[in-house]
Write a protein that binds this ligand. Structure first.
Ligand SMILES: [Zn+2]
Length: 157
């Protein structure tokens, strides 16, 4: 999935195209906010190559916690073998009282977990968990977002 995508990355350069191509599951609207738009605007701020990687390979789900990243094992269309599907789960209801920029920081943070492959190496202990939290925040800081989880790894700074 490397070469072909790079040639066609232009189709992910507008907000409309990103919104059209996103895989979204769950409630993506509230009275005040279109969450698919919020996710798309966040993605538009992420380097194109990484953005394409996220949009082509992941599905966004709106649910309970602020967010998490995991693998869903689903049947392929021929139903003869399960395939591993990375999931980026976001809960906009839990974040309702947070500011819009903070929500975008959280979205970027969960995307960073995905880019770092954390859905493939679930932490075995608290140290590993804290290390992953710091790695995700290190990456979003590079992308121009604010750290979301500083309290958890402040001893490492
Ligand atoms: Zn995290």
């Amino acid at each position: 999935m490397k070469k072909e995508n790079n040639q066609n990355d232009e189709w992910l350069n507008s907000l409309e195209d990103i919104q059209y191509n996103l895989e979204l599951i769950g409630n993506m609207y509230s009275d005040k906010e279109d969450y698919s738009l919020l996710i798309s605007e966040t993605l538009l701020r992420i380097p194109l190559e990484k953005r394409a990687e996220v949009i082509v390979n992941s599905i966004f789900i709106s649910d309970e916690n602020y967010g998490c990243v995991f693998n869903l094992y689903i049947k392929n269309p021929k139903r003869n073998k399960k395939v591993k599907q990375p999931i980026i789960l976001l809960n906009f209801a839990a974040m309702e009282k947070e500011s819009r920029p903070f929500k975008m920081d959280v979205i970027a943070h969960e995307i960073a977990h995905f880019i770092k492959g954390h859905h493939n190496k679930h932490p075995n202990n608290n140290d590993e968990y804290i290390k992953q939290e710091k790695e995700a925040d290190d990456l979003i800081e590079k992308w121009g977002f604010n750290r979301t989880n500083k309290e958890k790894y402040k001893d490492l700074l």
